[in-house]
Structure formats: C-alpha cells, structure tokens
Design a binder for this molecule. Structure first.
Ligand SMILES: [Ca+2]
Length: 362
C-alpha cells in the first residue's frame, strides 16, 4: 500500500474556501474521565492528560533582515517592525520597513550597555539591557529617551498583555511589571510535563498567551500567563534552510505579531531574513498528509506536511477508488514542516483528488 495520506483532504474541484488549519487555535488539554457502570459498580479510568501539542510551520513570505542586527527585541506596530539589538558597542533601537528591511529610524545605546527586549505600550517603547539592571523608555515617534528605570534581575525579553509589561530574565521566570511604576506585580514560572522551562528569551503576547523563544533552540514555547503552564511547542527547525548565509547566523530570537491581521513574524540574531510563518498542529500519526488545496488564480495550491527522511510523490486522480494516480511532482523530500506546491490544473489532467505516496505508481 503506497498511499500515505489518502485523499481525505481532497474534494472534487470547485472554487471554495480552503480547509486550512486555523493558526493559533487553542487546543484545549483534554482530560479524559471515563466512568463505566457495570453491574452496579463504578470503574474509573485514571485521569490522563494529553501530551502538550506540537506545532509545525509553513513559510508564508520571506523578508530581508539586517544580518548585522543581533536581534534581542522584535515587535510589529502600525505597519513597521521595531527592533532592539544587542552586543556591547553595537546596541540599538530601530524602526524597520518590513518589505525591504531598511532601517528608517535608529538610536544607539552607550557602548557599555547590551540592549535586550523591547515592548511598545501606549506610545512608548520600553527597552531592557542584559546585565546592567537598567531599562529605558522612549517616545514612540521621536525615539527620545524620556525615562530610565531599574530592575534587580538580568533583562532578556519583553512584551505586554495590554495591562502589564512582561519580562524574562533568562530563567523560567516571567515577571509582570506595572508600566507606570515599573515595579513587579507578580511572577510565574514556566513549566511543562518535564519540569521547569529555562532560558526564556524574546517574548510576544499572542491571543492571551505568552510566546517565548527558548535560548539556543529552534523552539518557541507557548505559556499560560496565569499558571506558567506550557500549552504548546512550536518547532521551527530548518527555518533558515531556504536562505543563503554569507556569514554565520546566531540563534532564533524574535517574535512579532500583528493582531489585526494575525500575521506572525520570526527572525534571529544576525539572521539575513525575517520569516512570516503560519502555524499548523504537527501531525503525529502520519508520515505525510495533504492539509489543504485550493485554486489560487489559475493554479492549484496544495499544502502538505511531510516527514523528514522520506521521499514522496504528489499524485492526482479523478477516480481514486479505481486507482489511476498520475504523478504531479516526483521525489519530494520531507522536511518535517508544511510546504505549498502550486500546479496548473492542466497538469493534473482534470484529476482532482490528491495524495502523497511513498512510491511512484506502478
Ligand atoms: Ca516580541
């Protein structure tokens, strides 16, 4: 049996809305309590928590990013990226044009300060520094520094939930600060089934959850802001594979979210690109799966997940119950994330069921 995904996601062609996965959709942790009554006795099956959901990604678009920017803070606001960069002697706060990566506005920090996370709250920009226990508040428009504040920990990532600033310090701690007094109001500790989640770095508040880069990994964790509980892991391995590196890049760090459009952007330290990505629950039961297909202009866009280490054939048929599969694309290498291929309808021979197969048709 060569079919991996079957054709359960494919339907006969009619221009219709895509069945695409909804990004950021919360997957509630399902607690199963089954109580069976037999012969007047109750048999209880123990509570079993489902595993923490994993997410994979599709690259929607790739933008230029200044590969000299050691990204420590990343925000999308009113059509622009705002970025805080680090390293002694090189730290800045900057406003960047997303489509070109061009730096439109910038201020430098003193040479003895290592810039860290930034957040924009009520027309002010807040910026942390790493080990100097000092942060700055700037006017959003002019970048004029209007205030200095202090905190006892290291400064790593920064975001806000609409009421409080939320700061990471390189541990599992997330500190909620009053934006007026900059005093700590409360703190949570990020933790999952395997214990504490340390080295939380750049942060972003997204639809009621805290998204956090985990330093030195390609993972973003999703954290419940009330309890600190891990609610999901976003696996971004291979993100840089699609761009040419002229110089070594450092780690993934930088999450920016546009609440109005739902667009999600990620980058890293010295990365030459910012990626707009879309998240999908990572399939665990299949090696490959067609997730969506739709007509885009005069082409079919077929979105699929395929597991790393395997090779697939994308095939189409009009009568899958009889076979008759025709190759659309041979030898697709799985990469553990989600990819979209577009093909002209003529190439499908008016066959509108699709599947990924592990072998070419006989
Ligand atoms: Ca951010």
């Amino acid at each position: 049996m060569s079919s991996i995904s079957g054709f359960k996601c494919g339907h006969r062609i009619r221009p219709q809305p895509s069945r695409k996965a909804v990004p950021f959709r919360n997957r509630p942790i399902v607690i199963i309590l089954a109580v069976l009554a037999t012969c007047g006795h109750l048999f209880e099956i123990p509570l079993a928590a489902s595993p923490v959901p994993k997410y994979t990604y599709r690259i929607v678009e790739t933008f230029h990013h200044d590969s000299d920017a050691f990204t420590q803070g990343f925000v999308f606001h009113n059509g622009f990226f705002y970025e805080g960069t680090g390293r002694y002697g090189e730290s800045t706060l900057r406003r960047v044009e997303p489509t070109t990566g061009k730096v439109l506005q910038s201020v430098s920090l003193a040479d003895d300060l290592f810039g860290e996370g930034i957040a924009i709250f009520k027309d002010k920009i807040y910026q942390l520094t790493w080990r100097s226990h000092v942060g700055f508040v700037y006017d959003l428009k002019t970048f004029e520094r209007i205030r200095t504040f202090h905190y006892p920990t290291e400064g790593w990532g920064l975001t806000h939930d609409g009421t409080d600033l939320i700061m990471s310090d390189g541990t599992a701690g997330l500190f909620f600060l009053d934006p007026e007094t900059l005093e700590e109001k409360r703190r949570i500790r990020a933790h999952g089934p395997s214990g504490t989640i340390n080295q939380l770095n750049e942060l972003e508040w997204i639809q009621g959850e805290i998204f956090a880069n985990v330093w030195q990994t390609d993972q973003i964790v999703r954290i419940n802001p009330e309890t600190g509980e891990l609610t999901g892991r976003i696996l971004l391995d291979g993100l840089l594979d699609s761009v040419k590196l002229n110089e070594p890049a450092d780690v993934l760090n930088g999450i920016a979210y546009a609440p109005d459009s739902g667009r999600l952007f990620v980058t890293g330290k010295w990365w030459p690109a910012v990626f707009e990505i879309e998240l999908f629950p990572k399939p665990s039961d299949d090696q490959a799966r067609i997730l969506t297909w739709q007509l885009q202009g005069d082409r079919f866009a077929i979105t699929f997940y395929a597991k790393d280490g395997f090779t697939y054939w994308l095939q189409a048929s009009s009568t899958p119950w009889k076979g008759g599969w025709k190759d659309l694309q041979a030898r697709l290498a799985g990469n553990d994330h989600v990819t979209t291929l577009t093909v002209p309808p003529t190439s499908t021979g008016h066959n509108y069921f699709f599947r990924l197969a592990k072998r070419p048709p006989r």
